[in-house]
Design a protein around this ligand. Structure first.
Ligand SMILES: Nc1nc2c(ncn2[C@@H]2O[C@H](COP(=O)(O)OP(=O)(O)O)[C@@H](O)[C@H]2O)c(=O)[nH]1
Ligand SMILES: [Mg+2]
Length: 444
């Protein structure tokens, strides 16, 4: 079966790219162009024609032909660069679907075939998806790193260490004691302990890779009528939350997704903190406090015209909060307070005053708190779960007396290897055997 799809965005645009992949790709291209001599890995200038009625689909287009295995999918693949109008695209796609054994590709199918043909591993497949969907600079950077295989190489390296240790243990099980030096088990222990330390270190990353993919969580909390909803609306450039001079307007949590100067952020507006009598408002305040606790960063908003900070709000201020004094158009004096170590910013949402400084401070805070690790490896819960599972097996292994329980200890390592391998999509027992044959001359 051959698959095809529009690989560029929806038209109209100067150029659109349609990809075809599968064993009959060249024949399909020949039928569509009437060209007998399509050159591989070169640009072919040609006309695309409807083979049924000889009508011209696009009089001037480009065809790139990549024979397997040197293509993105690893199968025969062609790229058709056509004029990007809806009519040209629609006609070409229809003609392609008329061809024998040719169907529209499913989402991600080109990448899936590339994985099945061993052109890319799972982490790369995922990160290609992330790169395509990246919305902020930080997300683009992270995905681009993964596409280049940094994480895959690291995991592969760890896995190879486990495979090597496992091959020693298997040898110890299979061969007579005197064939192997006594220090082998000690060496294995040492190497596995190192792998354990490395995985632990990867996991202690404050989940920054996932946060960059999904967005950093920022909560706005504070007094009623401090201007929390107004700030959310200003930053998100839309009327996401209701603003009113009536106290206790916001009750539910309102969230919006923002790009704050390259940082992906989920900003949450919450109910104002006060002694509420109303049941619904009480629930809103409970949710506000919960949001603040879960947040990566909290903006505590205070109305400067109030002169003091509400004692219930004070209780929520910790060392990571930014104190945002709002309504500088009404008063320039910020209330005296004991939070000397916190960032304190005086703004006016009404007049858009000092908002750029607030944004800069938010960025600095996030960067200081999360961007310490320069080598981000885990970007998905899937990776984290597999690493944790591998860690568990390694811990089981390390707890065992490997002389007495060598068989079950080997099984622990086998499972750990499998968990690590499944991050990049590699699970292979043959390799363990291969490693044994390589290191011990069995045929002697
Ligand atoms: N003077 C002045 N009023 C503001 C400012 N920001 C918000 N407000 C007003 O304060 C009131 C409460 O705002 P709102 O965003 O609903 O506050 P919230 O209860 O904290 O969500 C509204 O009448 C806003 O128009 C500001 O910077 N200056
Ligand atoms: Mg509000």
């Amino acid at each position: 079966m051959n698959i095809f799809a529009l690989s560029s965005g929806k038209g109209p645009s100067g150029i659109a790219i349609v990809r075809i992949s599968g064993p009959q790709t060249l024949n399909i291209c020949k039928a569509l162009t009437n060209e007998k001599n399509i050159k591989s890995n070169e640009i072919n200038l040609c006309k695309f024609i409807d083979p049924k009625n000889k009508k011209i689909i696009d009089p001037e287009a480009l065809l790139l032909w990549f024979p397997k295995p040197h293509s993105f999918t690893g199968d025969d693949l062609a790229e058709l660069h056509i004029h990007g109008s809806n009519a040209v695209i629609t006609y070409l796609l229809k003609v392609l679907s008329d061809q024998k054994n040719c169907r529209l590709a499913e989402p991600g199918e080109f990448t899936k075939i590339a994985f099945q043909n061993n052109k890319i591993d799972l982490v790369k497949a995922e990160s290609i998806g992330d790169l395509i969907h990246s919305e902020t600079e930080l997300q683009r950077e992270q995905a681009a790193n993964l596409v280049q295989g940094h994480a895959s190489k690291y995991y592969e390296n760890l896995r190879e260490k486990l495979v090597k240790s496992l091959s020693y243990i298997e040898a110890k099980i299979d061969f007579a004691e005197d064939d192997l030096p006594g220090s082998v088990l000690k060496e294995v222990q040492k190497s596995i302990k190192q792998v354990h330390t490395d995985i632990k270190q990867i996991l202690e990353d404050q989940k920054v890779g996932e946060k960059i993919r999904d967005g950093f969580r920022i909560s706005i909390i504070g007094d009623v009528n401090a201007g929390k909803s107004s700030l959310l609306n200003l930053l998100s450039k839309r009327d996401a939350a209701i603003v009113s001079e009536e106290e206790g307007t916001t009750r539910d949590v309102v969230e919006t997704y923002l790009n704050i100067d390259g940082y992906p952020v989920i900003l949450a507006d919450t109910a104002g903190i006060r002694k509420a009598k109303n049941k619904v408002e009480k629930e809103g305040i409970k949710r506000a406090i919960k949001k603040a606790k879960e947040a990566d960063l909290t903006l505590v908003m205070i109305d400067v015209s109030k002169k003091t900070i509400n004692s219930d709000v004070k209780k929520l201020i910790n060392k990571d909060c930014i104190l945002v004094f709002n309504k500088s158009d009404l008063s320039k004096k910020t209330p005296k307070n004991e939070f000397k170590n916190n960032d304190q910013i005086l703004i006016s949402v009404k007049n858009s005053k000092n908002i750029d400084r607030l944004i800069k401070t938010i960025k600095e805070k996030l960067s200081k708190k999360f961007m310490k690790a320069n080598n981000i490896l885990v970007t998905r819960e899937r990776h984290r779960a597999k690493l944790n599972a591998a860690l568990k097996e390694i811990e089981k292994f390390l707890k065992k007396d490997q002389k007495k329980e060598i068989e079950t200890a080997a099984e622990d390592l086998r499972l750990a290897t499998r968990h690590l391998g499944s991050i990049v999509g590699k699970v292979d027992v043959e390799e363990i055997l291969g490693s044994i044959f390589q290191d011990f001359c069995i045929g002697k």
